[in-house]
Design a protein around this ligand. Structure first.
Ligand code: 13P
Length: 347
């Protein structure tokens, strides 16, 4: 696409306003301006909307994303937004969730990116615990493929997992596929939780000693962790919740120093959106989420490959939709059972 020098200059300035808090220079912004301009033009021509998970890179989140959010809020946005074409910048399973909730819309992912949790279980494998624990309910975390959702009684996300599990009619719950979140649910809920062996490669990387060290070195620090972290880590923090819950906690907090025990995209959001607050400690990059680059978003709009379109066979889609529908119902019932602390309003 040919752009006038003034359009490119204005675009670079727009990007710089958004990205300079994250250390981007005007030169950096000038380099990506032709790409972001073309993405914006194609998006407008195609009446598409770009959804970016909080673990995406800043140029995607702030350069071209129409909405940034967690897995829950982006699924809701996919449903409420009028656009018939959705470019979902995230792992494949999130694109699948958007497609399940919006079967008549076109949903594309810029890259087919896996997820260590989603890749740890197949639909077929869910049948073994179903047989072994016939009285248990099966709840699957959203980080799972449609075929796994289809075999589960209900789905959940990090933002409603406690409510969903509490509201399940069974006392015994098989929680798949996140082992560490399952272990956390043993203390966060009143249910007997049977776990699976999946882990998130980002969150299992954080250890208790790192958290203790930050606590010692920064008096007054507030430490926030994703419930995909080990229970020993979660026990040491001030708040455990999903990515939006963490941002909401920071927004509402008068504290000046924070540590976010999660993926680096969220720390980028923190730096961009709370420049007056200090962030300490380290973060870990998700090798799956970070596979997606700006040029992939452009390519998905310019010349999409067949594998970028989310397609789900009808027999799987029907049952997976039912599992997501059950999530929305149980979430509402669970709200009357669970008293939550700060955080997790959907942004
Ligand atoms: P959220 O639902 O909090 O966005 O988390 C999704 C995820 O993949 C965390 O690793």
């Amino acid at each position: 696409m040919r752009c006038s020098p003034s359009a490119l200059k204005n675009e670079a300035q727009r990007l710089y306003q958004r990205l300079n808090k994250l250390g981007w220079t005007l030169d950096d912004c000038e380099l990506i301006a032709p790409t972001t301009l073309e993405i914006k033009q194609l998006k407008t021509e195609q009446h598409a909307v770009i959804l970016a998970h909080s673990y995406q890179t800043p140029d995607i989140m702030y350069g071209v994303g129409d909405f940034i959010g967690d897995s829950y809020s982006l699924s809701v946005t996919a449903t409420t937004h009028p656009a018939q074409k959705i470019i979902f910048c995230s792992d494949y399973f999130m694109g699948e969730t958007a497609k399940l909730l919006n079967p008549d819309k076109e949903v594309l992912v810029p890259r087919v990116a896996g997820c260590s949790l989603a890749d740890s279980i197949t639909g077929e494998q869910v049948r073994a615990p179903r047989k072994k624990y016939p009285h248990a309910g099966i709840v699957c975390y959203v980080n799972s493929y449609a075929e796994v959702k289809a075999e589960s009684d209900a789905s959940c996300t990090s933002s409603n997992v406690v409510e969903v599990v509490e509201a399940m009619p069974q006392q015994e719950i098989v929680f798949i596929p996140d082992k560490l979140m399952g272990l956390n649910l043993r203390t966060m809920t009143s249910k007997k939780i049977i776990i699976w062996d999946g882990i998130c490669v980002v969150h299992e990387g954080f250890g208790e000693e790192t958290v203790r060290d930050i606590r010692r070195r920064f008096p007054g620090v507030k430490i926030l962790a994703h419930p995909e972290c080990a229970p020993g880590v979660v026990a040491l923090v001030d708040y455990a919740g999903g990515t939006s819950g963490m941002l909401n906690y920071v927004r509402a907090s008068a504290a000046a120093i924070f540590m976010l025990v999660t993926e680096c995209g969220l720390t980028d959001r923190f730096k961009a959106e709370f420049p007056d607050k200090q962030i300490v400690g380290t973060c870990i990059l998700c090798p799956y989420m970070k596979k997606i680059q700006l040029v992939d978003v452009l390519q998905a709009l310019r010349n999409p490959a067949p594998e970028q379109y989310i397609k789900i066979p009808d027999d799987i889609a029907d049952r997976a939709q039912a599992s997501l529908q059950r999530m929305f119902e149980l979430e509402q019932e669970g709200k009357t059972l669970v008293k939550r602390g700060a955080g997790e309003a959907v942004s």
